[in-house]
Design a protein around this ligand. Structure first.
Ligand code: C5P
Length: 222
């Protein structure tokens, strides 16, 4: 039986991971957060003081880095060389540098190989920036999630509040817009909607409504 793949792409803070997680759970598929992989490498590179402009050095570092995405009881956890970095990879320092780290072709090549490997033996919901265009071009369902910068900043703000952190709305807005710009303008597999992706603007939709739309797309293709 052919494996089923759901690719979810879109800009920063559009709700991809929230929606992808729930969709995967309700389908019984494995959720793969590719952003967490690029964040993990960024975290390690910052820690080891590797030059973030040096794609070959980063690739070498990645070759010696084990990144594990684990579905635990309490949610999805991320481990780098055995260290639980689930929280740390979301810190602003990592968010600020991740687009630079992920712009290098040698880095992307290794990451994409690993991502395809993860999708080889099970049905997946994978989210990122280049999943429908590059990582899983044969995915049966491709979704491009979007939302206004304002709405995405508000969501990020609320997420931070929940974790007890107070953030500056204007700084959030700027950081989100800047990361999108870098991701869309990079040379190697930039953030772009796949031709056959369905655009879902989530600005005025609830999480459940977005999940429902994706589940409907899946049912149509099954
Ligand atoms: O999805 P998330 O915001 O965690 O992704 C962090 C960053 O990782 C993105 O802004 C982008 O620079 C990079 N990324 C990527 N390709 C992917 C997933 C993430 O370049 N497939």
């Amino acid at each position: 039986e052919k494996l089923f793949q759901v690719a979810i792409d879109g800009p920063a803070a559009a709700g991809k991971s929230t929606v992808a997680k729930i969709t995967a759970k309700s389908l019984g598929y494995v959720y793969i957060d590719t952003g967490a992989m690029y964040r993990s490498l960024t975290y390690k590179a910052l820690k080891e003081k590797v030059d973030l402009n040096d794609g070959d050095a980063l690739k070498k570092l990645l070759d010696h880095t084990e990144i594990r995405l684990v579905q635990e009881y309490t949610g999805q956890k991320v481990y780098v060389d055995g260290e639980n970095v689930t929280e740390r990879i979301r810190y602003p320092e990592v968010s600020e540098h991740v687009s630079l780290v992920s712009s290098h072709e040698p880095v992307r090549k290794v990451m994409v190989d690993r991502q395809r490997q993860l999708a080889k033996s099970c049905n997946v919901v994978m989210d990122g920036r280049d999943i429908g265009t590059h990582v899983l071009p044969g995915a049966q369902v491709k979704v491009f999630l979007n939302a206004s910068v304002e709405e995405r900043a508000v969501r990020r703000y609320r997420e931070e509040e929940k974790k007890g952190r107070h953030s500056d709305m204007d700084a959030l807005r700027k950081a989100i817009a800047l990361r999108d710009k870098k991701d869309m303008e990079r040379e190697v597999s930039p953030l772009i909607k796949a031709e056959d992706a369905v655009v879902v603007d989530t600005t005025s939709l609830s999480v459940d409504e977005v999940v429902e739309k994706i589940l409907t797309l899946v049912k149509e293709k099954q």
